[in-house]
Each structure stands twice: as structure tokens, then as C-alpha cells.
Design a protein around this ligand. Structure first.
Ligand code: NAD
Ligand code: UFG
Length: 336
């Protein structure tokens, strides 16, 4: 039996593949990725870490025929679906590209899965679906979205709930990620954004390594510990292990279940900058600028459901997250 990982050469997908390969009873792994935001160099790095090979197929999840062939050639048992576009700002500039790739792509994937009677799915959702609810955020809260990217995650969640309601054979975990950061401790794989990073950690890391001159801190007048935004940063390896646990516990999930993957702790922008400075020994110049439109003061998870349902909780602290980010960035200053 094989496990299909869409978007498996991306940041979270590649770390998840490494964790899946570490299992004693590991299944064959088939990665489908169109390489729109990743590189095949990741495959060599995964092999270097795990000493195991994966099957890689360059394909677009929006291509029904190509996806159908993947399922015809491989005996797929379950799917972890990471493939999608993820830049919030870009999604407002190119909404159709986001709705097509993320929503239509997922519908096509689901149709192919149904046609091949594969009804086990772990899906990459996001804490963005909580809109402006007050933290700690739990899975029973109402959902909403404020940008096209967030809308795609919300729409896909609705599609998955409807699908599971229509056919009780489906088992679906919608994993709502908080803020994944860090890298594999080997330093061989990590986050490799194209162009100027949108997210805090890759930006700080590129300032530390000298690729960018200065960080802009978006607002210091929030009602938080030091006025800067607070987020629930989670080590990408903890997140990857959350996927393994979700997969192993899919049988316990009847229908579709939304589950937070976060630590339950919040860290401010300046706490990140100061910890990064301390660990890397590098200067990290920054300037306080006005708030970024759409940002909330504080976002962190109620992480209890994942503990109860999946027997999973994050174990790596901020020191590990930042040390591993720095190892990856300093050993691969230009990425892969
Ligand atoms: P990533 O861009 O590194 O990985 C996504 C991968 O999907 C890339 O390798 C890309 O080439 C591939 N891809 C995109 N469209 C495709 C298509 N049509 N067909 C085949 N492959 C396609 O992103 P990531 O950070 O690893 O995120 C993975 C998933 O998790 C995404 O769905 C993202 O929305 C979600 N997510 C990410 C974060 C985050 O902060 N990184 C937070 C919440 C949710
Ligand atoms: N920030 C800065 N300067 C920067 C970048 C970010 O000060 O250059 C601040 C932000 O204002 C925020 C914090 O750093 O307070 C984190 O910002 P990120 O952009 O790294 O992350 P967000 O919480 O805004 O959003 C991320 C993903 C979304 C996802 C969300 C919840 O980008 O896709 O986490 O999972 F939906």
C-alpha cells in the first residue's frame, strides 16, 4: 500500500515525509507536486536524512487525468494533502488563481480519490479560519475569513464536511495549523520562500544571514506583552509528527474533524527577534512601522483536542525552533 503526499516537496510536506519514513511499518510514499513553489533538490535531501527513496511524480492536482493515472499506477491507501498556494497578500491580487488551485484542485483530488475508493484524508487547513475570535482558539468556535487565501481554506473545510456527511466511509482530519517555523535538526531541509518572505521567521533569518538589511516590525501598540503581535509558533517537526498521528488515528475519526495543531503558547515579535539574536549571535536591525492591515494582536491555540484525539502535543520549545531555523539558514544561505 502507498501513501500519497500532495505538495510533498514543500516546506511542511518534506518534513512530514521524513517523519513518515522513520516509522517502522512505513508505507511506500508517492509525492505529487507541480514544483510551483519547491524544487526536486528536496528529494535528495530527504534521501540524505532518511536513507530511503520516495516516488516523485511532477503533476498538477488540477489535472484530473494525471491524478487518475497516479491512482491507477499506485495502490494508494490514504492521502495527505498539502498542495496549494499560501501567500495571503498574493491571494488578494490573484483571487482566481487561489480559488482555482486550492479549491478546484482539492475537488479534483477528491473526485479521483472517490473514483478509486480511497476515502482517508489529512488536509492542511489553517488557524486563519478562526477570523477574529479571541484566543485561545478552539475547534467549536465560529469560522470566517478575511482574504481569498483564508476563504479557500474555509471553502475546502465546508466541502470536506459535506462530503463526509454524504458518505460515512470517509475519514478526514482537517488540521488547523498555527505558525509553523523551524527546520529539520539536520539542517538539510527547511523553509525556502521565493522572493521577499511574507512571514516573520524567514524574514528574520534572512536579516540574520545578511540577505536582507532590516526587519520591519508591524506595530508596537497592540495590547500585548510588549505591544508587538503575539502568535503560536510551532516547530515544523512537531507539526509533521502531528500528521503522522492524524494518519494513525484516522480510523477513530468518523466523518470530518477539525483539529488544531499549535502549542497553546504565544510569543511576541520582539521576543522572537531577541531570541534569534541571542542564538545566532547576529545583529538583527529592525524598525517599528505601522500595523499590517488585517493582522490581529494575539493568536494562539487551545491545543487540547489534538492531545485527546490524536495523543499528540508539541514538544519542541522556542529555543529549538530558532536554533533549527538558524542552522538551516546559515548552512543554506541561498536556500536549496
Ligand atoms: P509550500 O508552498 O512550501 O508547499 C506547498 C507545495 O504544494 C509546494 O511544493 C508547491 O509546489 C505545491 N503545489 C502548489 N500547487 C500545486 C498544484 N496545483 N499541484 C501540485 N502541487 C502544488 O507550503 P507549506 O508551508 O509547506 O504549506 C503546505 C500547506 O499548509 C498549504 O496548503 C498551506 O496553505 C498550508 N498552511 C501553511 C501554513 C504556513 O504558515 N506555512 C500555515 C497554515 C496552513
Ligand atoms: N511580522 C512583522 N514583520 C514581518 C512579518 C511579520 O512584524 O516582516 C509580524 C506580524 O505582524 C505578526 C507576526 O509577525 O504579528 C507573525 O506574522 P506572519 O506573517 O509570520 O504570520 P501570520 O500569523 O500573520 O500568518 C500566518 C500565515 C497564514 C496563516 C496564519 C495562521 O502566513 O497563512 O499564520 O496559521 F493563516
Amino acid at each position: 500500500m502507498s501513501l500519497l503526499i500532495t505538495g510533498g516537496t514543500g516546506y511542511i510536506g518534506s518534513h512530514t515525509v521524513v517523519e513518515l519514513q522513520a516509522l517502522a511499518n512505513e508505507q511506500d510514499i508517492v509525492i505529487v507536486d507541480d514544483l510551483s513553489n519547491s524544487s526536486t533538490k528536496v528529494l535528495d535531501r530527504i534521501e540524505k536524512i532518511t536513507a530511503k527513496t520516495v516516488t516523485f511524480i511532477k503533476a498538477d492536482i488540477c489535472d484530473y487525468e494525471a491524478m487518475n493515472e497516479v491512482f491507477s499506477l499506485h495502490s494508494i491507501d490514504a492521502v495527505i494533502h498539502f498542495a496549494g498556494h499560501k501567500a495571503v497578500g498574493e491571494s488578494s491580487e490573484k483571487p482566481l488563481s487561489y480559488y482555482y488551485n486550492n479549491v478546484s484542485g482539492t475537488v479534483i483530488l477528491l473526485k479521483v480519490m472517490a473514483a478509486h475508493n480511497v476515502k482517508k484524508l489529512v488536509f492542511s487547513s489553517s488557524a486563519t479560519v478562526y477570523g477574529d475570535n479571541t484566543s485561545p482558539l478552539n475547534e467549536t468556535m465560529p469560522t470566517s475569513a478575511t482574504n481569498p487565501y483564508g476563504q479557500t481554506k474555509l471553502m475546502i473545510e465546508h466541502i470536506l464536511f459535506d462530503l463526509a456527511k454524504s458518505d460515512s466511509d470517509w475519514s478526514i482530519a482537517c488540521l488547523r495549523y498555527f505558525n509553523p517555523i523551524g527546520a529539520h535538526e539536520s539542517g538539510f531541509i527547511g523553509e525556502n520562500p521565493n522572493g521577499i518572505p511574507n512571514n516573520l521567521l524567514p524574514y528574520v533569518a534572512q536579516v540574520a544571514v545578511g540577505r536582507l538589511a532590516q526587519l520591519q516590525v508591524f506595530g508596537d501598540d497592540y495590547d500585548t506583552v510588549d505591544g508587538t503581535g503575539v502568535r503560536d509558533y510551532i516547530h515544523v517537526v512537531d507539526l509533521a509528527q502531528g500528521h503522522v498521528k492524524a494518519l494513525q488515528n484516522l480510523d477513530k475519526i468518523s466523518g470530518c474533524k477539525a483539529i488544531n495543531l499549535g502549542t497553546g503558547n504565544g510569543t511576541s515579535v520582539l521576543e522572537i527577534v531577541n531570541t534569534f539574536k541571542e542564538i545566532s549571535g547576529q545583529n538583527i536591525p529592525y524598525k517599528i512601522v505601522p500595523r499590517r492591515a488585517g493582522d490581529l494582536a494575539t493568536v494562539y491555540a487551545d491545543a487540547n483536542l489534538a492531545h485527546e484525539l490524536l495523543d499528540w502535543q508539541a514538544t519542541r520549545d522556542l529555543h529549538a525552533m530558532i536554533s533549527d531555523t538558524w542552522r538551516w539558514q546559515s548552512e543554506n544561505p541561498q536556500g536549496f
